[in-house]
Design a protein around this ligand. Structure first.
Ligand SMILES: [Mg+2]
Length: 245
């Protein structure tokens, strides 16, 4: 198959841009156990400087819960869209969580039951339930099939298949809706949005950023609608150094 080859992003004036950053695979290497992920001191320092250069127009947009993102970014406290946009905390600290919509207990039970049987990790988040199979990649097909099956039974759900994780998520939120939410308010409003991510769920963010006149930057391999690609987290940090300088 021909792989499309989006060029690397240009060196932009970060003072005119707003940044929406995925966490796993973008700010930190993906690890076997998601709770053990860590951002390097160097990357944290770069993000802190980017915050300064943009008057705070830097948000983390992650499938992780908001609390988890805060723990991983500490001592930085940034605007965060957690759980694929079900939890939002803006620059002003105001938080909104969509607690009205939840995954049904029956569906949840099938996911946790399957995880128990197979030794996988199940994770319940606002707006989604995830099956992590990085510790047992041979369970990928079964995990994907289970989530697809649950998503097919109820049109409030969608299946979200990421790297070594499959999630049953509510349709109401995605990284694109999260980006649009932030893009309307200070300090993001009036800036050109830049969405950076490595995985399938980031495509909603790329699409929305580009629809708003901005750019998507895909980290690593894989098909994408992003206009730009950087091959690794290392390449992303070098690009950050260039635009912050
Ligand atoms: Mg990611």
């Amino acid at each position: 198959m021909m792989q499309d080859a989006p060029p690397p992003p240009p060196i932009i004036d970060c003072g005119k841009h707003a940044f929406f950053l995925d966490f796993d695979g973008t700010l930190a290497e993906i690890v076997a156990r998601p709770e053990e992920a860590q951002i390097t001191a160097h990357m944290r320092d770069l993000i802190g400087r980017l915050v300064d250069r943009t008057d705070g127009a830097v948000a983390v947009v992650s499938g992780r819960s908001l609390a988890d993102v805060d723990r991983l970014m500490s001592p930085l406290v940034l605007p965060v869209a957690g759980s694929h946009g079900s939890e939002l905390r803006g620059y002003d600290g105001a938080q909104q969580t969509d607690t009205d919509r939840k995954i049904d207990p029956d569906a949840l039970q099938r996911i946790t039951g399957f995880a128990r049987q197979t030794g996988l990790q199940a994770e319940q988040k606002p707006g989604s339930a995830a099956l992590h199979y990085r510790s047992a990649p041979d369970r990928a097909q079964d995990s994907i099939a289970l989530i697809d099956d649950l998503a097919a039974t109820d049109d409030r759900y969608r299946a979200v298949h990421g790297k070594m994780v499959s999630e049953l998520a509510l349709c109401a939120h995605d990284k694109g809706t999260a980006l649009a939410h932030f893009a309307n308010s200070a300090p993001f409003a009036g800036r050109v949005p830049v969405m950076v991510g490595d995985d399938v769920t980031d495509e909603d963010g790329f699409r929305r950023a580009q629809a708003l006149g901005g750019m998507g930057i895909k980290i690593g391999a894989g098909e994408t609608i992003a206009a730009h690609r950087l091959n690794s987290i290392g390449a992303f940090s070098r690009w950050l150094e260039d635009i912050i300088r």
